[in-house]
Design a protein around this ligand. Structure first.
Ligand SMILES: NC(=O)c1ccc[n+]([C@@H]2O[C@H](COP(=O)([O-])OP(=O)(O)OC[C@H]3O[C@@H](n4cnc5c(N)ncnc54)[C@H](O)[C@@H]3O)[C@@H](O)[C@H]2O)c1
Length: 256
């Protein structure tokens, strides 16, 4: 029970990596606040956790809206009395491409640029803004931000997404420096290709899938659980000396 008596808020918990992390954290003893803009999906995550004997509650949040994020943090403290772990995982990518253009900056409408940055970067900032004061009072906290290998290497074609994820990496570092002295560790995960609904629209193209396999020394996509296990490690006391780390979880993509 690596998270016994810990309270964890996970954004984007209705799907993919967030759902996998919510289930894994709960199985390790955490009380989980499963937050997502997709309330029904978050509720399903909670049902799966409860069926397995865990404790969780679902919260509807749009991470780009400060009142929602404030309420999300309050729901953790009101219900469970504290907040130990924040996994800032919610994001939009290719699955949102009907609504927001994932393209070169030259082809990205300003409103789409703003919307992608608002969710993928400001959303992380707002989560930290409201969680950190609670963690500071406790003298304890672990924040994990989900960026992407797009932040580490130049992958053409989703420039707003890439700019946001690069911002998440830099933001994670500065928070680690600012808040480490007060007992709050901040670390960042940079996944490669993960088999979730986010990239379904692009991996259905066999040529894209083939190039992803070629770029990944392990020759395959990650399962969401393989990212969740790294988040669990960072959340737990096993990572008690990790702060400000930017960790590629990419099957070796960024190693070459
Ligand atoms: N799948 C990949 O290949 C991949 C690679 C690198 C990084 N990532 C990052 O991993 C994170 C998780 O993505 P995933 O792969 O599990 O995708 P996913 O699409 O399965 O899950 C994303 C979740 O975020 C939620 N969400 C979207 N906008 C939101 C908002 N405004 N407020 C609250 N919730 C919102 C969605 O409803 C969804 O449940 C994202 O930050 C993504 O950018 C994904």
């Amino acid at each position: 029970m690596r998270l016994e008596d810990r309270v964890a808020v996970i954004t984007g918990a209705a799907s993919g990596q967030g759902r996998a992390a919510a289930k894994l954290f709960a199985s390790e003893g955490a009380k989980v606040v499963a937050a997502d803009i997709d309330e029904g999906g978050a509720q399903r995550t909670v049902e799966e956790i409860k069926e397995a004997g865990g404790e969780a509650t679902a919260v509807k949040v749009d991470v780009s809206r400060e009142p929602d994020v404030r309420a999300m943090v309050e729901s953790a403290t009101d219900r469970y009395g504290r907040l130990d772990v924040l996994f800032n995982n919610a994001g939009v990518g290719y699955s949102a491409s009907g609504r927001m253009k994932m393209a070169s900056v030259v082809e990205t409408p300003e409103k789409d640029w703003d919307a992608i940055l608002a969710i993928n970067l400001k959303g992380v900032a707002l989560g930290c803004k409201h969680a950190i004061p609670v963690m500071e009072r406790q003298g304890y906290g672990s924040i994990i931000n989900n960026a992407s290998i797009n932040a580490l290497v130049g992958l053409p074609g989703a420039d707003a997404y890439t700019a946001a994820k690069g911002g998440v990496v830099a933001f994670s570092r500065v928070l680690a420096v600012e808040w480490g002295p007060r007992g709050i560790r901040v670390n960042c995960i940079c996944p490669g290709g993960v088999d979730t609904p986010m990239i379904a629209p692009v991996i259905s193209d066999e040529r894209v899938m083939q190039s992803m396999r070629q770029n990944t020394p392990l020759g395959r996509l990650a399962r969401p659980e393989e990212i969740a296990s790294v988040a669990l490690f960072l959340a737990s006391e096993e990572a008690s000396y990790l702060n400000g780390a930017i960790i590629p979880v990419d099957g070796g993509w960024t190693a070459h």
